[in-house]
Ligand binder design. Structure first.
Ligand code: GLY
Ligand code: MN
Ligand code: MN
Length: 359
């Protein structure tokens, strides 16, 4: 059968050159399949040999796969494991490198049972870096997602006042992002007021905003598959001395980390810089998560900006910087931007001001 030229040929080329020692690669996560073929369906498997590529989907996705993954042979299965086993036998594949985080233990055992002659090897950890460096079209989509999200937040800002419930603001923000161009929201929007803002991943509820509250809003939009991620913390009414001081320190940690970001610096170093600023102020133990993460087709992807992550930042990576201080039962402050790593520094893609804002 003849196929159109492969639209993601450079990505598939990188996949092959990164893992030359296996007979075939088995890619199982929805986002990696999308990245390599353009297929946006929710289920399937991609098998890649040295000079062939096969997209395995069930009957629901055959038409869509043919339309989206031009140049890729589409194979229909009834059951994913059986489909993979059939291709392995057809191609007489001996060793398969598979994407282990996207395979269930049950599927793994089933496949091994079907293929007693074949060797299944998990792909090495650095496989997760396949999508870490973004091209111009990916960056444009993240930039657009950040623009849509930022405009939606600006529009709902007047809702941040005493008496309004967290959930009302979250719903309005999500509605505006989707109405104005987001295909979905990056994750369940966090609007957390008062003591709830001390929970890094709070769920918006019926709590009404009160005077003096910190209101932490962590939100993002998805544009053509690509996510944005931003957190703003507002103070309602007049900020207390303690709120001002902690806000200043979190912003300082955020700014110092952003100033340090450029190609060639390690992820751990950025985390260390952000953390040091809070540790010096005696707030280190209250910064209870990593300093950031990659953003792209997933809202959390490689690289991780955290202690021990010695991977090196490269131009084209898109990462968040998100220090936070959480005083349990009292309030919390997080400041987060999504930035594009460049040779000389970084460009901030999420454009909402991070200056202390009292509303
Ligand atoms: N909202 C998830 C995060 O900021 O990582
Ligand atoms: Mn976030
Ligand atoms: Mn984040």
């Amino acid at each position: 059968m003849r196929h159109d030229p492969l639209p993601c040929a450079d990505r598939v080329g990188r996949l092959h050159s990164g893992f030359p020692e296996t007979d075939a690669l088995l890619i199982l996560s929805e986002k990696n399949i999308r990245y390599l073929t353009g297929f946006t369906g929710g289920d399937g498997a991609l098998m890649a040999g040295p000079d062939w590529l096969k997209l395995l989907v069930d009957g629901r996705y055959v038409t869509q796969a043919r339309a989206e993954a031009r140049g890729v042979e589409v194979f229909e299965f009834r059951n994913r494991v059986d489909g993979i086993a059939a291709v392995v036998r057809e191609r007489a594949i001996g060793e398969i490198g598979f994407e282990s985080p996207a395979f269930t233990v049950e599927e793994y055992f089933k496949l091994q049972e079907r293929l007693p002659e074949a060797t299944l090897r998990p792909l090495p950890k650095d496989f997760e870096f396949l999508r870490a460096v973004k091209d111009e079209s990916e960056i444009d989509r993240i930039r657009e997602a950040a623009r849509i999200a930022g405009e939606a937040l600006a529009a709902v800002r007047e809702m941040i006042r005493p008496g309004v419930r967290e959930k009302e603001i979250a719903l309005e923000l999500e509605y505006r992002m989707r109405r104005d161009g987001a295909e979905q929201v990056s994750f369940e929007t966090i609007v957390a007021a008062g003591a709830n803002s001390a929970l890094p991943h709070a769920t918006p509820g019926r709590r009404a905003i009160a005077d003096g509250d910190c209101v932490l809003i962590d939100y993002g939009a998805v544009c053509d598959g690509y996510h944005s991620d931003e957190t703003c913390t507002f103070i309602v009414g007049r900020a207390s001395e303690r709120q001002r001081e902690v806000y200043r320190l979190v912003l300082e940690a955020h700014d110092r980390a952003i100033r340090a970001i450029r190609a060639g610096v390690s992820c751990a170093e950025i985390d260390r810089i952000a953390r040091l600023c809070l540790v010096e102020a005696g707030l280190g133990v209250l910064f209870s998560h990593g300093a950031g993460h990659g953003v792209g087709l997933d809202v959390h992807e490689a690289p991780r900006l955290a202690a021990g992550r010695e991977e090196i930042l490269r131009a084209g990576m898109v990462v968040t910087v998100e220090p936070g201080v959480y005083l349990p039962g009292v309030w919390g402050i997080r400041i987060e931007d999504t930035v594009l790593v460049t040779e000389e520094g970084c460009e901030i893609l999420t454009r909402t001001s991070k200056d202390l804002t009292m509303i």
